[in-house]
Design a protein around this ligand. Structure first.
Ligand code: SF4
Ligand code: FES
Length: 260
């Protein structure tokens, strides 16, 4: 039988202490999630979930806890969970962010944390929106290298300076945080939107590409770059730190000067 000082009891005590310590890191947060299921109701509603969580965890972890432990019907997109795939852009406390890159401790966990779908795209269910119009605009700007034949026999060389011209816009992960934070896009979903322009920029300013004129003409359209009102929402929203507004301005300048 174990005595109070026996090694067996000490081992159990320290295991219990460790468990308590771990538990003491947890705080209780309220996640206020905008839920919508067209099969149940035509109206969306806010639903509160209270759950214990380590404040160093992310909003995505909280959504997982809800889905796996509280309510399996909660629907949201995510894939990589590490800020690479761009599939979990949502509005957290009214601001577009990636759920997998937003720590609970950074968003005032003492108040309910609101999580809702990004704006300007049709909500299909809960936090999932229809991304088709977004990707159509992306496809429309031809986001691939265009050349007029003369296939090289080895790689297409480019100077470091030429590569630098479009370095920023190569970082896009197509999360739609920029486009869905744009008031012009909210009012009229026909606008190409910042993300499509960023991805056009990535090729227009690539010295190896020969489709710049075509892309500029596409963006000269009434729903193209001239719709931008320079509100900087897009730059503020971008989780990759891309200077989105600057890229749009550079495309506008290229349209005026026809130099790129
Ligand atoms: S520019 Fe930034 S915010 Fe916009 S889609 Fe790309 S990564 Fe997302
Ligand atoms: S899940 Fe891939 S970027 Fe967040």
């Amino acid at each position: 039988m174990s005595t109070p000082n026996s090694p067996t009891l000490d081992k159990h005590s320290s295991a219990l202490d460790a468990a308590e310590n771990t538990a003491s890191h947890l705080i209780t947060v309220t996640l206020r999630v905008r839920r919508f299921n067209p099969e149940v109701s035509a109206e969306a509603e806010w639903v509160d979930y209270r759950l214990p969580i380590d404040p160093k965890e992310r909003v995505l972890d909280a959504l997982h806890k809800i889905k796996w432990e509280i309510d399996g019907t909660l629907t949201f997109r995510r894939s990589c969970a590490h800020g690479v795939c761009g599939s979990d852009a949502v509005r957290i406390n009214g601001r577009n962010r990636l759920a997998c890159k937003t720590l609970i401790k950074d968003i005032n966990p003492e108040k309910p944390i609101t999580v809702e779908p990004i704006k300007g795209l049709t909500v299909l269910k809960d936090l999932v929106v229809d991304m088709d119009p977004f990707f159509q605009a992306y496809r429309d700007v031809m986001p691939f290298l265009i050349t007029k034949g003369n296939e090289p026999t080895r790689e297409r060389l480019q100077s470091a300076e030429d590569r630098e011209r479009f370095d920023d816009t190569t970082k896009c992960i197509l999360c739609a945080a920029c486009t869905s934070s744009c008031p012009v896009f909210w009012n009229d979903g026909q606008y190409f939107g910042p993300a499509a322009i960023v991805n056009a920029h990535r090729f227009i300013f690539d010295s190896r590409d020969e489709g710049g004129e075509q892309r500029l003409e596409i963006l000269n359209d009434k729903d193209g770059v001239w719709r931008c009102r320079t509100t900087f929402n897009c730059t503020d929203a971008c989780p990759r730190g891309i200077e989105v507004t600057k890229a749009i301005q550079e495309v506008k300048r290229a349209l005026i000067t026809r130099r790129f």
